[in-house]
Design a protein around this ligand. Structure first.
Ligand SMILES: Cc1ncc(COP(=O)(O)O)c(C=O)c1O
Length: 360
């Protein structure tokens, strides 16, 4: 095997080695079928059995009841920025958006093409370094949309926002889906691109309550209606078969770790260790406010761009890749998704301490 290094990339991101090994073993023949996983027809028995198993695993791990559909789409989370308002926001109605980063802003741009948008809260005033504590909702929102984890700014909702009762809550959970137990009853629709916590890119997981599917307009293009995917079990057209297969392996891996509660414990330990190290550092500081800090993407800076670059270069030569922060925050970002190994956090905290000692 080639030597693997610590990959802190924000996505596509690290996957468990045992998942990659199993996928590799099934490339030439899925089980004893004599046909590789990339080559199986999506209408064939072998694929169909796997497709159903992946949906069942999603339901089991996250406790998703029967009145929710589990759908496999394409187009990334970005297409959901459009599909959500196309299906849920009728002309003349208003959707409320909680704006906590660049991805929520993009979602707002698309929603405005379909109807009225009310910004119920925003943390733009301080470059999105915090999650606002209060929201001001419009009188009768069609739905409330929020981004549970802000991949770029390193902030995360510790819990679901409190919203008026009866209003559908819609969540972009692209960068923290299945990183902790899911209180599905609080949501009407959850969507997530797969390339951070679920598998390779190319698949978008959508979990949607049945009444929202039924309410969607029928005059939309077929591929833009949730109904199409719900009615056809995500097999109206060719689904992203390989990404679904790998997501299934990742879900089995999560189950083996003990499920979502166990995964959350591990994620808390990993992120906690890194934040404690940053809080104790002379040179580095986390950019997100305590209380709003993400367990998935830890953003930090030295306050000196040249020193940040020096640190990133030192990390690279020590086998720590993907630490450069997004240009809108600068500095560093360590993405610690489910599959990121705890030993990689130890390697990073050791390097931070070394750097602190050398550069002060
Ligand atoms: C929170 C969030 N939403 C949406 C997106 C866009 O996802 P995609 O590239 O799958 O369209 C990203 C990508 O990083 C993200 O982090």
């Amino acid at each position: 095997m080639t030597n693997r290094i610590y990959n802190f990339s924000a996505g596509p991101a690290v996957l468990p080695v045992e998942v990659l090994e199993e996928a590799r073993d099934n490339l030439l023949s899925l089980g004893t079928t004599g046909i590789g996983i990339l080559e199986h027809s999506h209408r064939g028995k072998a694929y169909m059995a796997m497709h159903e198993e992946v949906e069942a695993l999603c339901r089991e791990l996250a406790g998703i009841p029967d009145d929710f559909h589990v759908l496999f789409l394409q187009g990334g989370a970005s297409l959901q920025f459009s599909m959500v308002p196309m299906n849920l926001l009728r002309p003349g109605t208003t959707a409320d958006y909680l704006v906590t980063g660049a991805w929520s802003q993009k979602a707002v741009v698309e929603a405005r093409r379909c109807g009225n948008v009310h910004l119920a809260s925003s943390s733009e005033d301080r470059n999105f370094c915090y999650i606002p504590k209060t929201c001001t909702f419009s009188p009768q929102p069609a739905y409330v949309h929020f981004t549970s984890n802000n991949t770029i700014f390193g902030t995360q909702f510790a819990a679901e926002p409190e919203i008026p009762s009866g209003v559908p809550l819609v969540c972009d959970a692209s960068s923290d889906v299945f990183s902790r137990p899911l209180l599905i009853g609080k949501y009407a629709l959850i969507y997530a691109g797969s390339q951070k916590n679920l598998g390779p890119s190319g698949l978008t997981l959508v979990i949607i309550r049945d009444d929202l599917v039924k309410r969607g307009p029928k005059e939309l293009a077929t591929m833009l209606q949730y109904r199409t995917y719900a009615d056809e079990h995500s097999l109206y057209n060719t689904p992203p078969t390989f990404a679904i297969y790998v997501m299934g392996l990742v879900l089995k891996w999560i189950k083996k770790q003990g499920g979502l509660a166990a995964i959350e414990r591990i994620n808390r330990e990993k992120a906690g260790k890194l934040y404690r190290c940053l809080d104790g550092s002379r040179r580095f500081r986390a950019t997100a406010e305590p209380g709003s800090r993400s367990l998935m993407n830890v953003t930090f800076v030295t306050g000196d761009a040249a020193l940040d670059d020096k640190f990133i270069a030192a990390a690279k030569s020590a086998g720590l890749e993907g630490l450069k922060g997004h240009r809108s925050v600068g500095g560093m970002r360590a993405s610690l998704y489910n599959a990121f190994p705890p030993a990689g956090v130890d390697a990073l905290t050791d390097l931070i301490r070394d750097f602190d000692a050398r550069e002060s």
